[in-house]
Write a protein that binds this ligand. Structure first.
Ligand SMILES: [Zn+2]
Length: 72
């Protein structure tokens, strides 16, 4: 059960904005992360995630080749 950090009214449905006082109902970790990301710049973030995606795909291919070599 969660409640609004401003007016302490019940927010069991986890609304982002309190339905009683209209303010943000909770200090949301996700939105804080979003802020940090936006400050650092979206482009860097996207490039980074693309790179790690390529890396993990390469890793998968390597593992597959290894398995084939072992007679899988
Ligand atoms: Zn409230």
């Amino acid at each position: 059960m969660s409640s609004c950090v401003h007016c302490k009214s019940n927010n069991s449905e986890n609304w982002f904005y309190c339905r009683n006082c209209g303010k943000r109902a909770s200090k949301n970790k996700y939105s804080e992360n979003l802020w940090i990301r936006t400050e650092r710049g979206k482009r860097t973030d996207v490039e980074f995630s693309n790179l790690s995606l390529v890396d993990s795909v390469n890793e998968m291919v390597k593992n597959k080749e290894k398995k084939y070599a072992q007679g899988w």
